[in-house]
Design a protein around this ligand. Structure first.
Ligand code: FES
Ligand SMILES: [Fe+2]
Length: 417
């Protein structure tokens, strides 16, 4: 077992990197049964035992940067609409978007997510005009004197457990979660802390609804095995992919992608490479969390950490990218066979036109690659649902999938026990 040399001497725990042999021993090597994807009953269990019990990333702090800012996130998998709001006191809280009068949505939404701001720090239900503060308190009730019995102190918006890690806002629908967010993230939270996530406030978001189970989409983004084939169009120069540095961190896991050729694919990329050559576009490996890319290899592309159940972060140091950047994927079930996929590119705000062009180039590159990724998912789900095969066969580089399945099964059976 290798250890992370550059963590030595620091107060951080040294977290292991597992060899392929260790991964095989830890997770097994047998084919994986596909019922976890195929069976609608498993989906219903996932709703109760995973999505209503674990910490889910629903926002970033900079999306609700100022007091009075709010975001509404529709979470069909938990039959919930959630308000994430920053109160006058600067604290970010989460609430059910449900009016305590008769249950109307306080903030009506037609999109999967909606943003707004209230200068007065209030949110008003449009049905009968009850007014709630951005801290959830019920502030005013029209014609209050005509309610024979009403205790406004007990009629605040119903709060949902909410906490922040490195600028990512997580919620937990469990009223008394077994673990705090810090405990839930554990070694993962330690290892990946310290990256300037919250400085990368320029975000470009892509999303689409796919006719597939959420895990089909998640697993497609959890391995680099497909890159030379599926991405031959968008990343023709991306060669010699090495998928290594396996880490298992409780329910979460990570690995690193190394390889060359991101900058040489076509004339557009050559143009961007020209821009990347400027001082500001150089890679910044020193800003990666210590422990990522041990040894400082120059062909490091990105780290692929996976936060159970549905959140993936790709941490880059700037190799082939303009300066420091990262991108995330999230997979929200809309039903057993329907998934909302969200891919977001994050950059530090561009300081000049060259940086802006370079960021837009990366966006276009990712859009093309993600179109290639998402193009497989409905076919994969169709094939699995046809019953033609009962198992999937996973190679070493697909260990995040194997670990994801193991974790899923553990959650489904543990809670039952
Ligand atoms: S349901 Fe909101 S004010 Fe009546
Ligand atoms: Fe891909």
């Amino acid at each position: 077992m290798k250890t992370v040399q550059d963590l030595q001497g620091s107060s951080k725990r040294v977290l292991p990197i597992h060899s392929t042999e260790e991964i095989r021993q830890m997770l097994g090597t047998k084919p994986v049964n596909l019922d976890i994807i195929r069976d609608p009953a498993v989906y219903r269990q996932e709703q109760e035992k995973i999505f209503r019990k674990t910490w889910l990333k629903v926002a970033t702090t900079w999306e609700v940067a100022n007091p009075g800012d709010w975001k509404v996130k529709e979470l069909a998998v938990c039959d919930a609409s959630v308000i994430i709001a920053r109160g006058k006191d600067g604290v970010i809280r989460a609430f059910h978007n449900v009016c305590t009068h008769r249950g109307n949505k306080v903030i009506p939404t037609t999109e999967f997510e909606t943003f707004g701001h209230s200068r007065a720090n209030v949110m008003t239900c449009r049905f009968h005009g009850w007014v709630f503060g951005t801290n959830g308190d019920l502030r005013s009730v029209p014609m209050k004197e005509e309610f024979a019995e009403i205790d406004t102190k007990c009629l605040s918006l119903r709060e949902i457990q909410c906490d922040v890690w490195e600028g990512f806002v997580f919620i937990n629908f469990d009223k008394k979660p077994e673990q705090s967010l810090k405990e839930y993230l554990g070694g993962f939270g330690e290892l990946f802390a310290g990256y300037p996530y919250a400085e990368s406030t320029t975000a470009y978001r892509y999303s689409t609804v796919l006719d597939c189970n959420w895990k089909v989409a998640l697993y497609a983004f959890s391995e680099g095995y497909h890159v030379p084939t599926i991405h031959a169009g968008s990343l023709p120069g991306f060669s010699g992919i090495e998928h290594t540095n396996y880490r298992i961190l409780g329910p979460h896991a990570s690995s690193a992608i190394y390889g060359g050729g991101m900058d040489t694919a076509d004339s557009t990329q050559k143009f961007a490479t020209l821009l990347h050559g400027a001082e500001t576009h150089k890679p910044h490996p020193e800003q990666l969390p210590s422990g990522i890319n041990p040894g400082g290899r120059s062909d490091f592309q990105f780290e692929l950490p996976s936060v159970f159940p549905n959140f993936i972060i790709h941490l880059a140091s700037g190799c082939g990218y303009p300066g420091l950047s990262y991108f995330t994927h999230q997979f929200w079930p809309l039903g057993h066979g329907k998934t909302l996929w969200e891919g977001i590119n994050y950059f530090k705000p561009a300081q000049n036109a060259a940086e802006d062009i370079a960021q837009r180039h990366v966006n276009a590159l990712h859009r093309n690659a993600w179109l290639e990724d998402t193009a497989t998912m409905e076919d994969t789900f169709f094939g699995i649902m046809s019953g033609a095969i009962d198992e999937m066969h996973l190679m070493d580089r697909e260990f995040l999938i194997r670990h994801g399945v193991e974790t899923l099964n553990r959650y489904l059976s543990e809670v039952e026990a």
